[in-house]
Design a protein around this ligand. Structure first.
Ligand code: ADP
Ligand code: ASP
Ligand code: MG
Length: 494
């Protein structure tokens, strides 16, 4: 992705130009090679490695609710204020006018502390689902373009309401939709990818001392049509803006107070992590931990955006997501995830000869459907079964495509199970520890849970199980790996 940035950096020229300590005062993330990096304490180690020393760098992110935030102190102990912070508030956080009042106060307070604020909002809780449902009541397969026009309105409402409240508090603020900020995407409606962002208008408004409120989840394509970026993608809007603006931090406010070792709403023994590496978070998000949207983590990793997940309901410190650091390696399993939205498809009696897998998966890929696990059974009679999983939303389209190809290639049939769950354990420590998968299978066997499919990567093991066993599998794996004495978490877990 290419970001269109102002010449001379995001904040030049303008009233903030009077030098780093006054204007573009907080060290910019992109400047880490030159001796500066915006660095929460969790990542000071990285700064040391890059620069050899923390030369003269003092940096304190001032937060609305928590002034004991990560700090890095340098030789001359200067204090730099006026960080640029991108905050994102999810659906529950802006779920009512009462909640919007609370958010406005938090944002106003952060500004009062001297921070420059960009605030990305989601639609009010339940609103996006409500809009999808309205469309489906009128048409079985509403067009993707019109669906985007419809569902993007949720974020427009929240952005305007938050800005109205900020203005009522006499805090200068202005709201924007994606096309006003040129959040340019491809035309893949419903799951569009951001191609570029032109932050010049945001910069102009920040320089005029206004809070910039942005409607998340949406973009605009080459034709000027509204697109949406995929479910949960207000996170992506926030990270993309933070990258484009070289923000000092991107704070994701939600209904839990950080990233836990498992979904705390399913696994009561889940523990909050103080920090987690981009790689682990990427695996967890990809495996169903919806606390951060997958592509937002990808982008944060690529542009080294310091990311923190916090609750908009409490003052708790949250979880930092960043570069892997040596102490993280002690974690064998940092998380257990559950994805309850998977479906399983089996093409039976596929002739065992070159090219047929490509014939089956080619059209699925062309339809932009993500296939997750794939298993090909060995067969004695020259025919084989191919089983794979897709997201449940993509099942109907997948079956249509596969049934067509299956007839063409002379396969004997297509079976599917529309509700399966994928349970995974994730941890960088797995790279160097043997026996994790075997232990996982033992634990599931102990609960008499049948494993239908298995997939492994360097830092994860995933299994597909019947949907009704998903939560039990998650809890028992959490007990075995995260909660047990054998697999103690090190100090950074609170
Ligand atoms: P928002 O609307 O604020 O974007 P989401 O519902 O998208 O919030 O994400 C927050 C939810 O993510 C939590 O309520 C929790 O149930 C779920 N979740 C799943 N896995 C985890 C995890 N490992 N840590 C924290 N929350 C998790
Ligand atoms: N409102 C959108 C959704 O529900 C985007 C988001 O909440 O991040 O998916
Ligand atoms: Mg979300």
């Amino acid at each position: 992705m290419q970001f269109v940035l102002h010449a001379g950096g995001a904040f030049a020229p303008g009233p903030f130009q009077a030098g780093r300590a006054v204007g573009s005062s907080s060290p910019r993330r992109g400047e880490s090679e030159g001796g500066f990096a915006s660095c929460p304490r969790a990542f000071c180690g990285e700064l040391n490695r890059v620069n050899g020393s923390r030369k003269g760098l003092v940096y304190l992110l001032k937060s609305a609710h928590n002034q004991r935030l990560p700090q890095c102190f340098g030789a001359n102990d200067r204090f730099l204020s006026m960080a640029l912070i991108v905050q994102k508030y999810g659906g529950t956080s802006v779920g009512s006018t009462e909640r919007i009042r609370v958010v406005a106060e938090r944002v106003a307070h952060a500004r009062q502390l001297g921070n420059r604020m960009v605030v990305v909002v989601s639609a009010m809780a339940g609103e996006t689902n409500r809009l999808f449902k309205l469309a489906s009541e009128l048409c079985e397969t509403p067009s993707a373009r019109e669906t985007d026009v419809l569902v993007a309105t949720g974020e427009q409402v929240s952005a305007a309401l938050l800005t109205i409240r900020l203005q009522a508090l006499r805090v200068p603020a202005i709201s924007f939709l994606a096309d006003q900020l040129r959040i340019a995407t491809d035309s893949n409606h419903g799951r569009a990818r951001i191609k570029s962002i032109d932050p010049s208008r945001v910069v102009k408004e920040l320089n005029a001392d206004r809070i910039v409120v942005v409607a998340g989840y949406q973009g605009v394509d080459e034709l000027g049509d509204i697109t949406t970026l995929g479910r949960g993608a207000s996170d992506l809007t926030a990270v993309a803006l933070a990258a484009a603006l070289k923000a000092d931090a991107c704070e994701i406010y939600t209904d839990v107070d950080g990233v836990y070792t498992a979904d705390p709403n399913i696994c009561p023994k889940a523990k909050k992590l103080k920090r987690i590496s981009y790689d682990e978070m990427l695996e967890m998000a990809g495996l169903g931990a919806k606390v951060l949207q997958l592509r937002s983590v990808e982008l944060a990793r690529r542009y080294r955006v310091p990311l923190v997940v916090r609750s908009s309901f409490t003052e708790s410190e949250g979880t930092w997501v960043g570069q892997e650091d040596p102490s993280m390696e002690n974690l064998l399993v940092s998380g257990v995830t559950l994805d309850q939205y998977q479906s399983k498809v089996t093409v039976t009696g596929v002739e065992d000869r070159p090219g047929l897998a490509a014939r089956i998966f080619g059209p699925i890929a062309a339809a932009d459907i993500v296939v997750d696990m794939i298993i090909q059974n060995a067969s004695a009679d020259g025919r084989t079964d191919l089983t794979f999983t897709v997201n449940r939303d993509d099942l109907a389209r997948t079956l249509e495509l596969v049934q067509r190809v299956s007839a063409e290639i002379g396969a004997t049939g297509v079976r599917h199970e529309d509700q399966v769950a994928k349970v995974s354990i994730v941890g960088v420590g797995m790279r160097t520890h043997a026996g994790v998968a075997a232990r996982m299978f033992e634990v599931l066997a102990g609960e008499r849970i049948n494993i239908e499919m298995i997939a492994t990567s360097e830092i994860k093991v995933s299994v597909v199980v019947g949907l009704k066993y998903g939560e039990l599998a998650m809890r028992s794996l959490h007990d075995a790996f995260v909660d047990s004495a054998d697999f103690q978490l090190p100090e950074e877990t609170v």
